[in-house]
Design a protein around this ligand. Structure first.
Ligand SMILES: Cc1cc2nc3c(=O)[nH]c(=O)nc-3n(C[C@H](O)[C@H](O)[C@H](O)COP(=O)(O)OP(=O)(O)OC[C@H]3O[C@@H](n4cnc5c(N)ncnc54)[C@H](O)[C@@H]3O)c2cc1C
Length: 193
């Protein structure tokens, strides 16, 4: 019988916004699963800020956006403090350059690693290399069918990250796949632009 794993929150996409949303939901006591189609979560983060990740700014002024009222309603009256509080809760200390905030390590990896470590500590399930084949409303929320690698990806060890990533993506293209059913009360789509 094909039984479904059930989560309070299922997040489609494993980028920065997904990891932050998943952490927020898990901290609120929800069970969370992230479904990412690439070989790992947070890969785009590694390229941000020229590899240093400009994670926020000292001043975030809603008036600089096209729809200030909407931006303020989403970000609240003190977005700078909220963002700093969130990053500090992940264990990320920041440094500032011309009003731009970076992790003190000046390495984007440390931001990605901190997000993934906290996901791990909170028991968030990460399913990578997976495609969502279908999604429909169910009595308890949403029912999804995904297809995912049938076994862990094996790739040659490389000295540099780019070669290792290429090797993992090749392994993903070649690996046998299996279908899996997932259900969730709520689905967040965070698949980027
Ligand atoms: C070169 C570069 C430098 C940047 N520098 C900065 C910076 O310093 N500071 C800053 O704030 N922003 C920066 N940005 C912008 C920043 O990268 C994006 O705003 C941010 O990554 C958006 O995060 P996201 O989670 O919304 O999307 P993404 O990071 O794009 O994540 C989306 C994820 O969803 C996955 N996905 C997509 N479709 C599916 C699907 N159907 N099923 C499952 N998974 C799916 C993707 O594989 C991806 O992992 C930079 C962008 C670039 C390109």
């Amino acid at each position: 019988m094909n039984t479904s794993a059930f989560y309070d929150v299922l997040v489609i996409g494993g980028g920065a916004s997904s990891l932050a949303a998943a952490i927020t939901a898990a901290r609120a006591g929800k069970s969370v699963c992230i479904v990412e189609r690439d070989v790992a979560c947070g890969l785009k983060l590694l390229a941000t800020g020229n590899g240093r990740c400009n994670l926020s700014n000292e001043s975030i002024d809603p008036q600089r956006y096209n729809h200030p009222a909407f931006v303020e309603s989403v970000m609240g009256p003190q977005p700078e403090q909220e963002l700093m509080g969130f990053f500090s809760s992940l264990g990320i200390m920041t440094t500032s350059e011309e009003g731009r905030l970076y992790p003190r390590s000046l390495r984007a990896e440390s931001v990605r690693d901190a997000l993934l470590n906290v996901c791990d500590r909170l028991g968030i399930t990460l399913i990578c290399g997976a495609n969502v084949a279908s999604a429909h409303k169910a009595s308890e929320g949403w029912a999804l069918q995904i297809d995912r690698p049938a076994r862990a990806l094996k790739a040659k060890k490389h000295d540099d990250r780019k070669s290792e990533l290429r090797s993992l993506r090749k392994a993903l293209a070649d690996v046998p796949r299996k279908n899996e059913a997932l259900e969730a009360h709520a689905v967040i789509i965070a698949t980027g632009g």
